[in-house]
Design a protein around this ligand. Structure first.
Ligand code: CU
Length: 291
């Protein structure tokens, strides 16, 4: 290898830089071809996919730089003999230090900007505890939020051992075992539980929410594609936890939704009389008696 005997490191630096730029461009183009879950059934899901793509694209040049340096050094800077000798002491290379700190700071500040602007939107999830039960992080009640967001369809997800039911607050609190959502309409999901801790996971919608008794966990989804999605429980919740893994939900057109919800109101009319009235929070029996 002729390079090993060259006195200056300059050719190595130029070669590494050119290789890094070319490989990074190829790498970024390649990772942007990947379809990142949870895909695009909802606007929020699509946002999550785009965020994953952005983070992967930003990490790619770093990953390529590190791996390339390791491989390059192993090939070109390998010691010829087995003798163990310290390398030359290196200290205070100003251009490298400035570039290193500058690039890291720009990358971190850019990602912080993306994170802060995302958190500032009204689409972020919110957790509301039952008043007087435990720490109230939001300082607001579920009903105030509902008033603010009158145009959103409110759907309450009620987890229980071992299935989910759904209550449509705008349709007399009708409770059904199916989750239908109308296309292109913003939905406010209120995730709660009747008994113990569950987790409502509809990954195509981009939602994974803890379902706790006495807690109203609010998530926003706006479906933008019709079709089915899977609902699973993502929290080990007892003997038949596995039973909560194969429920199917559907995104349908507004007119199909209207027909469906009218049918549900009719089908569940008798049962509805026995169902507790619609509330933002529910508590398991022992807690109710003990309080
Ligand atoms: Cu569960």
């Amino acid at each position: 290898m002729s390079l090993r005997i060259e006195p200056a490191d300059r050719p190595h630096a130029i070669r590494l830089l050119v290789m890094w730029v070319i490989l990074s461009i190829i790498g970024i183009i390649a990772v942007l071809q990947i379809h990142y879950p949870p895909y695009d059934q909802t606007i929020q899901g699509e946002d999550q996919s785009k965020t994953l793509a952005l983070l992967t694209a930003m990490a790619t040049p770093v990953f390529i730089g590190v791996v390339m340096m390791v491989i390059y050094s192993a090939i070109y800077f390998r010691r010829a003999t087995a003798e163990l000798v310290d390398g030359p002491p290196m200290l205070g290379n100003t251009p490298v230090q400035v570039a290193w700190i500058g690039i890291s700071a720009i990358a971190v500040l850019f990602l912080a900007f993306v994170g802060v602007t995302t958190l500032a939107s009204d689409n972020v999830a919110k957790l509301v505890n039952a008043p007087g039960r435990s720490i109230n992080t939001g300082g607001q009640t579920g009903s105030a939020t509902a008033a603010e967001r009158g145009k959103e369809l409110q759907v309450q997800v009620v987890a229980q051992q071992w299935y989910f039911t759904y209550r449509y607050a705008d349709y007399g609190g009708v409770e059904t075992t199916h989750l239908y959502l109308p296309l292109d309409r913003p939905v406010e999901l209120h995730v709660t539980s009747l008994d113990i801790i569950h987790s409502f996971w509809a990954y195509e919608l981009g939602v994974k929410a803890d379902a706790n008794p006495g807690v109203d966990n609010v998530f926003h989804v706006t479906p933008q594609k019709t079709g089915s999605f899977t609902v699973r429980c993502a929290e080990l919740c007892g003997l038949w936890h596995g039973q909560m893994s194969d429920t199917e939900g559907k995104v349908v057109s507004q007119s199909d939704f209207d027909t469906w919800i009218a049918q549900q109101q009719q089908d569940y009319a008798v049962i509805q009389k026995a169902v507790p009235s619609y509330a933002p929070f529910y508590f398991p029996e022992p807690t109710v008696k003990g309080s």
